[in-house]
Design a protein around this ligand. Structure first.
Ligand SMILES: O=C(CO)COP(=O)(O)O
Length: 150
C-alpha cells in the first residue's frame, strides 16, 4: 500500500460512541470538555447522541443506534473522509451482539488513520492536545495509486 499525506482540519468532526455501561463515562467526559467540544461538529450513534444532548445541551447529529446500523454508518463516514476524531468508549466487560460492526468501525478508523480514543484518559489527552484546535497532516492510503495497481 502506498500512502499520501492528507490534512485533518482545525474544525473537527468528532464522532462519539459509547456502549451502555460506558455511557455515563461518555457523558462525564463530554461535560468536562464541553467548552472545547462545542467548537467542533459532533456526531454520534443514536442512543449515545441523544443522551449527550439531554445531559449537556451540546448539539449532536444522531445516526442510527449502533446495533441497528449506526456503527456501520459511522464507518462509511470515516471511509468518505467525513470524521476527524473518534471517541469510542466500548465495553471491555460485555459481549455485544453487533461485535462484527464494532470491529469494523475500529478497523476502518485504523485504515484511514484518524485519532481514536477508546477510554477517558486517552480522550482527555487527545482533546487537550494542541492538534485539536489546528489542522495537521496524517498519512492515508493513496486510493488513486491503489486503483492503478489493481
Ligand atoms: O452500540 C453502540 C456502539 O457499538 C452504540 O450505540 P448507541 O449509541 O445507539 O447505544
Amino acid at each position: 500500500m502506498e500512502f499520501i499525506t492528507k490534512p485533518l482540519p482545525a474544525n473537527k468532526r468528532v464522532a462519539l460512541v459509547a456502549h451502555d455501561h460506558r455511557k455515563s463515562a461518555m457523558i462525564q467526559w463530554c461535560s468536562r470538555h464541553r467548552t472545547s467540544l462545542q467548537k467542533h461538529y459532533l456526531l454520534a450513534t443514536g442512543t449515545t447522541g441523544g443522551k449527550i444532548e439531554a445531559a449537556t445541551g451540546l448539539k449532536v447529529e444522531k445516526l442510527l443506534s449502533g446495533p441497528l446500523g449506526g456503527d456501520q454508518q459511522l464507518g462509511a463516514r470515516i471511509s468518505e473522509g467525513k470524521v476527524d476524531f473518534l471517541v469510542f468508549f466500548w465495553d471491555p466487560f460485555e459481549p455485544m451482539p453487533h461485535d462484527p460492526d464494532v470491529k469494523a468501525l475500529l478497523r476502518i478508523a485504523a485504515v484511514w488513520n484518524i485519532p481514536v480514543a477508546c477510554n477517558s484518559s486517552s480522550a482527555d489527552m487527545m482533546v487537550q492536545s494542541a492538534l485539536m484546535e489546528r489542522s495537521f497532516g496524517r498519512e492515508v492510503p493513496d486510493y488513486q495509486c491503489y486503483l492503478k495497481q489493481r
